[in-house]
Design a binder for this molecule. Structure first.
Ligand code: NAD
Length: 280
């Protein structure tokens, strides 16, 4: 299947995890992929693996906390490939980034609040600001924002992440309304617990913890990056041409069950095991 033949896609945080799988998925279906990431070596490895399977991809060192980098990202992608059709706004380190911004209104330092909001929210306004003019020049495009089940489900210590991820849902709906007439569709994905390379390392040393997490899900497993990449590819495709402003939960049913019982058990696990430094 080549749903994205002739199209150009930028994936922020496209080296590893959800972004890594998304870059491979879009490339496998014909898109020319531009990976924007701060992890140069992992990005280069992902480009290699895409090329090995006949896909087209490049990587560039882009830090989405820097507005100049986001402008350069779009310029470089359009210079290289001549157009822009898809923008996947995914970058964030669930491991390192999340521990930095952990805390409550009483404990989060102001500079960490600023960092979290810059990477998780402001970057998602700056990406479209730079990308949309190129998309409208060729008749439209698709923007996918990474939200989270934490856009809707709250727990102590997650002020910055949850504020930003709730904002992502609002921003997605706003931009869908604003730019629909220009042929731009804007959607979000709200993943549950997705085990990419980083989380896999943590769970390897704590298999019972992983089992406990999986047990909180109606489908009795946590997710893998391909679960999200498949949803992103669908939302970017022609099959989703009448879908915009939507946030699609891909969470094994986590968010539809009774949170009083299941959400609390998971939050308590994280609270009682602070050394695991786990996102949920
Ligand atoms: P990950 O840590 O596996 O990968 C994140 C990628 O983003 C890495 O390649 C990293 O180098 C890159 N990155 C980090 N900061 C960056 C920056 N400032 N500029 C450019 N690149 C940067 O993360 P993941 O688990 O795949 O998460 C990806 C997205 O999905 C995030 O927005 C996260 O909030 C969201 N999400 C993840 C989960 C989960 O359980 N994994 C759940 C809900 C939402």
């Amino acid at each position: 299947m080549s749903r994205f033949n002739g199209q150009v896609a930028i994936v922020t945080g496209g080296a590893l995890g959800i972004g890594g799988a998304t870059a491979r998925k879009l490339a496998s279906e014909g898109a020319k992929v531009f990976i924007a990431d701060i992890d140069d070596s992992s990005a280069a490895l992902n480009v290699q693996s895409i090329k090995k399977t006949g896909g087209i991809a490049v990587a560039s060192h882009i830090d989405v906390s820097q507005s100049g980098d986001i402008a350069r990202m779009v310029d470089e992608a359009v210079d290289m490939y001549g157009r822009l059709d898809i923008l996947v706004q995914n970058a964030f380190g669930v491991i390192a980034g999340e521990s930095r911004i952990h805390g409550s209104a009483l404990t989060v330092e102001e500079d960490n609040w600023d960092y979290g909001i810059d990477v998780l929210l402001k970057a998602l306004y700056l990406g479209p600001k730079n990308a949309i003019p190129h998309m409208t020049a060729t008749g439209g495009g698709s923007i996918i924002n990474l939200a989270s089940v934490h856009s809707f489900l709250q727990e102590p210590g997650m002020l910055v992440y949850e504020s930003a991820k709730a904002g992502v849902v609002g921003m997605t709906r706003q931009m869908a309304t604003e730019f629909g007439p220009d042929g731009i569709r804007v959607n979000a994905i709200a993943p549950g617990h997705i085990v990419g390379e980083g989380l896999a390392k943590i769970w390897k040393d704590n298999p019972t913890g992983h089992e406990f997490f999986a047990d909180q899900y109606p489908l009795r497993r946590t997710g893998i990056p391909d679960d999200i990449a498949n949803g992103i590819a669908f939302l970017c495709s022609e099959e989703a041409s009448f879908i915009t402003g939507h946030t699609l939960a891909i969470d094994g049913g986590l968010s539809v069950q009774l949170q009083e019982k299941f959400g609390l058990r998971q939050a308590n696990y994280v609270r009682n095991n602070p050394d695991t430094n786990l996102p949920t």
